[in-house]
Design a protein around this ligand. Structure first.
Ligand SMILES: C[S@@+](CC[C@H](N)C(=O)[O-])C[C@H]1O[C@@H](n2cnc3c(N)ncnc32)[C@H](O)[C@@H]1O
Length: 371
């Protein structure tokens, strides 16, 4: 079951909507068109509102149609009806195109847009957002895992084109189609991990650990806070994590289940330094320690990480969507404040499950600061 919502809008000469009689005339033309697409349509209410008017119509099986006429020359139409999965839609995709065309011709408007049907209250949440808050619709056809952990909502959903995909608190994290994410994060082919000591902050899906182990490192510590993420990925994302989450420990790796700050602080105390640190935390990392605001927590992680990095070591992390330039700039401003000074390079890749280009950072101590 779901409620199907069709959103249409069109622009016409503002003079046609300037007063009540103009608005009535436009509405009457629109009503005639709508009656061909929504059976048994009748006008149920009319309200004058500041800057225009609102009309409410009802139709077959409780369909409602609200029409908002704005005196600035814009009309919005919202059609809503209830549909069981087995039922045919009241207005098919083909008919939405015909409806759009009929409105364009009958109302002589230059611009008309009818969005594809939005499904609300559907058993699968198919809508996620891009890094710059645009609405994205996924071809999700199953929820294979859904649990609230002590830290976040952990879901594994199946997408027809991406395979299984990890979603944490409604944000897409990684899918079976995202090897490019891991390979760009680790700069495969450009960095040499053989015989190196590595720390992964987060990385609960296991994909980065799995790929790094193929490069024969000396030792990898993966510091992941959420047991639920790991057991879900171990079961449902095997193609990207192999058996690393199942085993938890191997001759050259260990997964430590706790807030990453604890091991970082332990390493700082011991004077332990590593060759690489990977920031593979959620975009909004989980903060257990009292570090104030989120941004402060991210800065704390950065500052502390550099304390356990060898002078020629590197901090590798995912940044943000390439279109989120403000947030990328803010991050780079924070990097500029680090002491000892750091320099960085950036890489960019299209990540299939993000449906957008993503920026990755490779950060190291500046050559001239004697770190
Ligand atoms: C699944 S990974 C991969 C990140 C991902 N590619 C993305 O799009 O953000 C992120 C992991 O960071 C973990 N995490 C968040 N905050 C943490 C913290 N303070 N300490 C350890 N792990 C943390 C989350 O539990 C999650 O499993």
């Amino acid at each position: 079951m779901s409620v199907q919502t069709l959103l249409m809008d069109f622009s016409i000469d503002p003079a046609r909507l300037g007063d009540e009689s103009g608005q009535k005339a436009v509405f009457s033309q629109l009503e005639t068109v709508l009656k061909d697409y929504v059976p048994n349509l009748i006008l149920a209410a009319e309200v004058a509102v500041d800057g225009g008017s609102l009309k409410l119509l009802t139709g077959k099986k409780g369909t409602t149609v609200s029409v908002r006429l704005f005196d600035r020359g814009l009309v919005t139409v919202n059609i809503e009806y209830y549909k069981e999965d087995s039922e045919e839609p009241l207005i098919s995709f083909k008919n939405t195109k015909l409806l759009e065309g009929s409105v364009r011709i009958s109302l002589e408007c230059e611009r008309v847009k009818l969005l594809p049907t939005i499904k609300r209250g559907y058993k699968f949440d198919v809508y996620l957002t891009s890094s710059d808050e645009r609405l994205l619709e996924y071809d999700i056809d199953n929820v294979v895992f859904d649990e609230q952990s002590p830290f976040q909502r952990v879901q594994i959903v199946h997408s027809k084109s991406l395979g299984n995909m990890l979603v944490l608190d409604d944000l897409q994290n990684i899918s079976e189609a995202d090897l490019i994410y891991t390979e760009t994060l680790m700069q495969r082919g450009k960095e040499n991990y053989e015989g190196k000591e590595i720390v992964i902050l987060g990385g609960g899906d296991g994909a980065l650990l799995y790929e790094l182990l193929k490069e024969k490192p000396k030792f990898v510590w993966m510091l992941e806070i959420d047991e639920v993420v790991m057991s879900a990925c171990n079961k449902h994302l095997r193609p990207i994590c192999g058996d690393v989450l199942e085993r938890r420990k191997g001759p050259n790796y260990e997964i430590i289940v706790e807030d990453c700050m604890l091991t970082i602080n332990k390493f700082i105390k011991e004077g332990k330094k590593v060759d690489y640190i990977f920031g593979d935390l959620t975009d909004i990392p989980i903060s257990e320690s009292a570090c104030g605001e989120l941004w402060e927590f991210m800065i704390t992680i950065l500052n502390s990480s550099f304390k356990i990095l060898k002078p020629d070591g590197k901090f590798m992390t995912h940044g943000n969507g390439a279109t989120s330039s403000e947030s990328l700039e803010l991050y780079e401003q924070e990097l500029a404040k680090l002491k000892p000074a750091v320099s960085f390079s950036k890489s960019r890749a299209f990540v299939p499950s993000f449906l957008e280009d993503w920026i990755f950072y490779q950060i190291s101590f500046s050559a001239n600061n004697g770190a």
